[in-house]
Structure formats: C-alpha cells, structure tokens
Design a protein around this ligand. Structure first.
Ligand code: GLN
Length: 429
C-alpha cells in the first residue's frame, strides 16, 4: 500500500512549491546566501513516529525558533517568579526586533521578541554560569528537546555578530533598566550563538513534539522540562509566537507556533503532534511565506485548530442500564474516554439530578483511559452523595484510573475489577 500520510504531505508541498514570493532574511549576510528553494515539512507524533517530505534532513540555523525552548529552560532553571519579574507575557503586536519595553516596569513585553529573548538567554541555567557555560547549557537543553546533540554554525554566528547593532542597542537599553545585569555584549553574543544552532526540519518537528508531549521527548523518553513550564511556553507561543501576525495566525491556523528568520517554523499541538516546516523566503513579518501556507493548509485539512475540539464530554456516558432485577437490581453507568471537568459534569447531571431508583449503583470505568484531578474529585463527590442517600456504590476500575478512591465524609465505595463482581455479592444470599 502506498504510504498515506507522506503521500498527503507531498501533495500539500506540491501545492505551495511554486510560490516564490518573499525574500530570505537580508540582514544576516550568511542567511541571505542560503538556497531559497529549500522546502520541507515534517510531522512528529508523540510516540516518536516522524512523517516528512522534501528537504527535511537539510541543516539550517534555528534562529528565533530557539526562543520558546530557551524560555522553557529559564523557567525550569530559575522558577516562574524570577523570570516573570524580568520578562512579561503580553503580545506586543510589534516586529520581532522592535526596540521597546513595557512602560512602567521596563520589562520586555514577551519572550518571543528579541528584547525578551535576549533577557531570557541571560536567565538560562544557574546564576553563576559564565557566558560560555551558559551557551553550553542552552545548547544541551536544545539538544535534549531534539533528542540528538546539536552544534552551532560558526559562520552564521559570526556573520550575525558583525551586524548585531540593533540587538546590542536592545541589550544596552535592557542593561540600563537593570533587566539585564550582565555585560550586554556578552549576552548578545550568547543569544546569537543560541540562534545559530543548526537543526533540520526533522529535529524541529521532534522539538515541537516534545512540547506537545508535555515536555517528554518522544524518542529518548527524557522529561526535558516540567509540565507547568510546557503550559506556560505553549500559551506564550500561541499569543506571541508569530510577532505582529500572531492574531491572524491564532484565528486562521490556531496552533501554538514559532518562526525563525532562517525559514524554520514550528507548531506544537498539545497532546497530538509536533509540526515543522522549512522554506527560507520570508514575509514582511519575518515569517516563512511557504511555511505559513503549509500550516494554513495542514490546519484546515486536518482539523488542527486548538479551538476546534471534539465533543468528548458528550460521549463520556457510554450507557446507563440496569443489571439484575428486584432488590438486586444494579444501575450501571458505563463511562468512556478521557474525563475532564465537562465530562464529569455529564456524570454529575446523570446521577445527582435524577437519582437512580436502584439501591446498587456501579460506575464502570473499564473504558476510561484517563481522568484528570477535577474530574476525579467530582466523581468521588457523586459517590459520596449516593452513599448518603442510601445507595451501595461500586467503582469498576480494573486499571486504577482513579488512584485513591476515597470519597471521604461518610462516603463509601467498593472497588471491583469487573462489573459482575458488583452484581455477584449483592445477588448472593
Ligand atoms: N526572528 C528571528 O529569527 C530573529 C533571530 C535573529 N538571530 C535576530 O536576533 O535577529
């Protein structure tokens, strides 16, 4: 059988191939010299499977796609408060290299624009690292996200440093506000090295998939940063990742994303997929022209917009039926899927608003694969209230999806691994 997903990706790539609009980044001479025809797209699944077509193994510099990952490292290394004290999370609506700070606080508006990213670089790793150690720490962190050891392109780094006047101006301004506390020139050099790390489209897809996979690299299994950090990073990518095109992107593509001036672009769809594209010609915002087209197409074809969610809550109650009869009758509520707040609300409505006439009630979780904390508490509250109204309650939970089934406060529940076990003791004389 022909490969289904690569065939589809090849078709999408073919549709955007002829678009030669835009220009490679001109302000970094080495980037201006890059082959503008390169084109690739890769999808990385959270189990490590990668589907890709085009130039997905060609190396290019990561540039601003490094920003969310460096932000993740800084948050993990220093904690939220010290990082938030120095860098905000508000979309700036401005160009990536705008010389601007938040009025009042003097902080850069967010970590995706250069002012924020330069500050973030200085916050990666322990406080007492010297500039070279900090660069190595960031390089190791980016490598952990990619699942292989990455290296820096010295020529691109040197080329950007020769023309880094604007970033140096930003850094000096940050230094004058004490947002940067280290030597401004050294921090810009470190940040520029971070931007000059070489990656392939395949690497970027894996890095994005690590974010999509709650911070665990799908290939190596390493938990690169803690989950709360991932949530923070994805949120900021969603609102600020595409600079002054972030609003258009959020509405039309709807995937937390980040672009870079070498032509890389990533999207991380929580719980599902990491996507990366590579095409060096950029639009007026500094985002890859064909990359944006590819993402628009993938998002609409594959229904990837984060606001487009399946109606999972409605299908949480798979069935409600009665086993046995007379005083032995058992009401069985068969639940399924992953249960969050909205799913648990369905169960509450079913049970509390219309209390079962039967004395025995079983909540059958055999087909439930996950239950989050709020849903667990809601289900146990349902159990507690049923007990208080004279019901005998069973939790059919063969895989222990409810880890600590204690309803507390007068509630009582019998945990069994098959629904028959809930019937049997009741029907026995
Ligand atoms: N948008 C980008 O990729 C910019 C990164 C680049 N190194 C710069 O600071 O200008």
């Amino acid at each position: 059988m022909r490969p289904i997903i690569p065939d589809y990706l090849a078709e999408v790539l073919g549709d955007v191939e002829s678009d030669t609009s835009g220009e490679p980044a001109g302000y970094i001479p080495e980037l201006a010299a890059a082959d503008p025809e390169r084109l690739g797209v890769a999808l990385a699944m959270t189990d490590g499977e990668v589907y890709g077509v085009g130039d997905i193994d060609v190396e290019f510099t990561i540039q601003s796609v490094s920003k969310p990952f460096a932000y993740a490292l800084a948050l993990a290394d220093r904690g939220f408060d010290p990082v938030l004290a120095k860098v905000g999370v508000e979309p700036s609506g401005e160009a990536f290299n705008e010389i601007s700070l938040e009025s009042g606080t003097g902080r850069p508006l967010n970590p995706m624009i250069n002012a924020g990213a330069i500050t973030v670089h200085s916050l990666a790793g322990a406080k007492d690292l010297d500039p070279a150690e900090r660069v190595e720490h960031v390089l190791q962190g980016l490598s952990a996200f990619a699942g292989r050891r990455l290296r820096t392109d010295e020529a691109v780094c040197a080329s950007e440093m020769e023309h880094a006047h604007r970033n140096l101006a930003i850094a000096h301004m940050l230094r004058s506000h004490d947002v940067l506390t280290e030597d401004a020139g050294a921090v810009v050099e470190g940040y520029t090295r971070q931007c000059a790390v070489l990656v392939t489209t395949r690497d970027l897809a894996m890095m994005a998939a690590t974010l999509a996979n709650r911070g665990r690299n799908p290939l190596t299994g390493e938990q690169v940063v803690p989950e709360p950090v991932v949530r923070q990073v994805l949120s900021v990518m969603f609102s600020c990742g595409m600079y002054d095109a972030a609003g258009d992107w959020a509405t039309q593509v709807g995937i937390p994303a980040k672009s870079g001036v070498a032509g890389g672009l990533i999207g991380a769809l929580p719980g599902q997929i990491g996507i990366a594209t590579f095409s060096p010609r950029l639009d007026a915002h500094g985002n890859s022209v064909r990359g944006v087209s590819l993402f628009e197409r993938l998002s609409s074809d594959m229904g990837l917009h984060v606001m487009e969610v399946p109606a999972t809550s409605r299908s949480v109650v798979r069935s409600s039926h009665v086993l046995g009869s007379g005083p032995q009758a058992l009401r069985v509520l068969e639940l399924q899927g992953g249960i969050g707040f909205a799913g648990a609300e369905r169960v509450v409505k079913e049970v509390v608003d219309a209390p079962p006439a039967e004395t025995g009630v079983a909540l059958d979780l055999t087909r439930v694969h996950s239950i989050d904390d709020v849903a667990r508490r809601m289900l146990l509250e349902v159990v507690r209230r049923l007990t208080l109204t004279g019901h005998e309650v069973y939790l059919v939970d063969p895989e222990s999806v409810v880890p600590d089934p204690d309803p507390g406060d007068g509630g009582r529940v019998v945990v069994v691994d098959q629904v028959d076990r809930a019937v049997a003791p009741r029907t026995a004389p």
